[in-house]
Design a protein around this ligand. Structure first.
Ligand SMILES: Cc1ncc(COP(=O)(O)O)c(C=O)c1O
Length: 397
């Protein structure tokens, strides 16, 4: 490991090289025509800290890409990271790797909801989650988010209780914590109530915590790991990775974490052991380095993203007041209500065509997604200005 974690050397660098990204076939920058500015897929544009690239470089320099024995290092790095940042110390023995978060989520959901058992989603929701039930042949149930002018998008546990009373076959809550696309961060009282309901109504929680490191300092709640809630052990599987915070999604390494040996065994035994595959050597190098040396860098990143979030809000308020955006407490994603603008049924498609900005279509996020677009503001100040220069004339009543 050559990464030293030196704070000055590992300082966050907001410079981005757009030409290099397009030339490197980065999906975000190369999916659409060269004149399009991308603000779609959930990936920020910044380089990870040198500690991460140095760790990978050391493996590359040795040319050693054979089978490895590094699984335990990931569990230990995750335990240290969680303790340092969230005051929660998971048992590294109860953490195992998988290739990516969606693989881990799908494995846990299908292990804990038998065929025919209901899976609860929280729309509008990360659109890829909507593929899980139809392809795994599990009925999909909805605990709908509510919008309030002052509170923004939230979930009311009373609605969950009403749902599980009505649907006794519901066996899993697929929980997005923090929530994509709204950026909502559930606080401890909501998490405690969910765990209480999980025991009372016999369901499990699969908690996708991939955005956990991207919670803003002015968030109404800090991030609290679902597994740290009393009583969660027998009911909760958490799946996460440093991919969103460090923008290393292409490296393929994630973790599944438990606080109960029997639950871990149950999920592992539900699938043929080889189906979860093995995380990549370089993915593990990057993950361990990020979780060992990346804390100060993430703090700087979150500070920079806070400025971009506020840049976005200020410009929308003055140049496109018809757009409704409740301040996201986390993620570099903004869930924009553009229903007051004259953009038709598919606003993101219209804005791609006319403004040359690629965003995600709200309707793809399921119930209550219509009339919205998801905008990724995880980029540099000048690129975000360019996005807003292009969008503002089209975001009018
Ligand atoms: C909530 C959430 N989970 C999972 C993923 C994808 O993670 P991975 O590429 O590790 O499967 C994303 C990516 O946008 C996401 O927002």
């Amino acid at each position: 490991m050559t990464g030293t974690g030196d704070l000055r050397r590992d300082a966050f660098d907001p410079a981005i090289d757009v030409g290099q990204k397009r030339g490197n076939r980065n999906a975000k920058w190369s999916k659409y025509a060269a004149e399009t500015v991308p603000a779609w897929v959930a990936e920020h544009d910044f380089r990870p800290p040198p500690a991460v690239t140095d760790a990978m470089q050391a493996t590359i320099d040795r040319g050693d890409f054979g089978y490895h024995d590094l699984e335990d290092d990931v569990g230990e790095a995750f335990a240290r990271w969680s303790a340092e940042r969230y005051g929660w110390s998971p048992d590294p023995d109860l953490v195992h790797t998988c290739v990516d978060v969606l693989q881990g989520v799908t494995a846990a959901v299908t292990a804990l909801a038998e065929p025919g058992a209901g899976v609860i989603l929280t729309p509008p929701i990360y659109h890829i989650f909507l593929q899980i039930c139809p392809t795994a042949r599990r009925p999909q149930l909805e605990w709908l988010m509510r919008y309030d002018h002052d509170l923004g998008w939230t979930l009311d546990p009373d609605d969950l209780e009403a749902l599980v009373r009505r649907e006794p076959g519901a066996r899993v809550l697929l929980w997005c914590h923090p929530h994509n696309p709204t950026g909502w961060v559930a606080g401890t009282p909501v998490l405690e109530r969910i765990v209480e309901l999980a025991h009372a109504y016999d369901f499990y929680v699969v908690s996708d915590e991939i955005h956990s490191d991207l919670v803003y300092r002015d968030s109404s709640s800090p991030f609290v790991p679902m597994l740290s809630i009393p009583g969660a052990a027998e009911r909760v599987v958490a799946v996460t990775s440093p991919a969103k915070a460090f923008s290393i999604s292409g490296l393929r390494c994630a973790v599944m974490a438990y606080a109960d040996r029997d639950l871990r065994r149950r999920v592992r035994q539900a699938h043929p052991p080889l189906l979860l595959g093995h995380a990549a050597r370089t993915g593990i190098d990057a993950t361990v380095a990020a979780w060992t040396h990346g804390s100060a860098w993430v703090d700087e990143l979150v500070g920079y993203l806070t400025e971009r979030r506020d840049q976005l809000r200020a410009r929308l308020a003055s140049e496109a007041p018809a757009v409704r955006l409740h301040r996201p407490d986390s993620t570099f994603l903004a869930w924009l209500d553009v229903s007051a603008c004259i953009l038709g049924e598919n606003p993101a498609a219209r804005l791609l065509e006319h403004a040359g900005v690629a965003m995600s279509e709200g309707a793809d996020f399921g119930t209550n997604g219509h009339g919205h677009v998801r905008l990724n503001f995880g980029t540099s100040e000048p690129v975000l200005d360019e996005v807003l220069d292009r969008l503002a004339p089209w975001l009018q009543e």
